[in-house]
Design a protein around this ligand. Structure first.
Ligand SMILES: [Zn+2]
Length: 301
């Protein structure tokens, strides 16, 4: 089996400034390590596809930006190249959804930036402009009529944008594990049976991470019986990643991927769509993504 791999060089053009961790080299480090996948160019998301999760006013504000640079929040620099990169990133999720739900592939991975899981319906946040995974999930619901879509977010930061967008959407289950207390400072007190938040202390080891996922995330996914599983795949909880204080390794990312594969095979015909969120130590990022993709590629539906 092989998987679909979505990428576009436009995603390299968005530049957050010299020395910024959310840089184009992240995608390149991954891209150079990819093998045994079918390559697709990420298309541009349409206004309609974005409009399922973002306000028209916000979409227009991003797309009409052609000159100069503006900080939309302290961590999100909008440049003239950002709109095109952000449209490719969101479009990758739409295309991956079509490729998997039309049964051409059991799984897809989107090697894209800017990342998305902090982006709110009407605001950029934390390096994120459009909420790529939310755009993909909304497409699966609107275009294919899915009733139960799960999102597993194992980025080291809480998927607050995704939670905010789907907090009243019971067709979507979000399981987000994250270092806490930590940026963006929310999520630990959410009370909902379709939003499963798993706060983890600084210094959490792979064994502790696996225990928490096994106890809090996997049973909820079994109960939900998803028709497809999306993954906000952030690798910034790696021990070598300076952005966080978690102590995960590539084998921990392979482990959670295998657990997600098992659930997808049981309920969802093996359907998984994974997209890059964080991960800033280039070598550990590429190694972790390779471990993640190796599990997805060998999985059969
Ligand atoms: Zn992150």
């Amino acid at each position: 089996m092989t998987i679909a791999y979505l990428y576009h060089p436009d995603c390299l053009q968005h530049d957050m400034g010299v020395g910024h961790p959310e840089c184009a080299d992240r995608l390149t480090a991954i891209h150079e390590k990819i093998k045994d996948v079918h390559n697709y160019e990420a298309p541009l998301a349409t206004h309609e596809q974005l409009g399922r999760v973002h306000t028209a006013h916000y979409i227009d504000k991003i797309l009409t930006h052609t000159e100069g640079t503006i900080y939309l929040d302290p961590d999100s620099l909008l440049t003239p190249q950002t709109p095109q990169a952000a449209l490719r990133a969101a479009g990758a999720l739409v295309s991956a959804t079509d490729l998997v739900l039309s049964d051409q592939y059991h799984a897809a991975f989107c090697n894209i930036r800017p990342p998305g899981h902090h982006a709110l319906a009407d605001h950029a946040m934390g390096f994120c402009f459009f909420n790529n995974i939310a755009v993909g999930v909304a497409h699966a619901i609107a275009q294919y009529g899915l009733q139960r879509v799960a999102i597993v977010d194992f980025d080291v930061h809480h998927g607050n944008g995704t939670e905010s967008i789907f907090k009243n959407e019971t067709r979507v289950m979000l399981c987000s594990s994250f270092q806490h207390p930590f940026y963006p400072g929310v999520g630990a007190d959410t009370c909902s049976d379709h939003i499963i938040n798993i706060p983890l202390s600084a210094g959490t080891t792979g064994a502790q991470f696996r225990h928490a996922i096994t106890t809090d995330c996997l049973p909820a996914l079994h109960q939900f019986a998803p028709q497809i599983i999306y993954i906000s795949a952030g690798f910034d909880g790696h021990e070598n990643d300076d952005i966080s204080m978690m102590r995960l390794h590539a084998d921990d990312y392979a482990w959670i991927t295998q657990e997600i594969v098992s659930i997808a095979q049981q309920y969802a015909q093996g359907r998984i769509i994974s997209t890059l969120e964080g991960g800033y130590h280039l070598e550990s990022l590429a190694e972790s993504v390779a471990a993640h993709l190796q599990v997805l590629t060998k999985a059969d539906n």
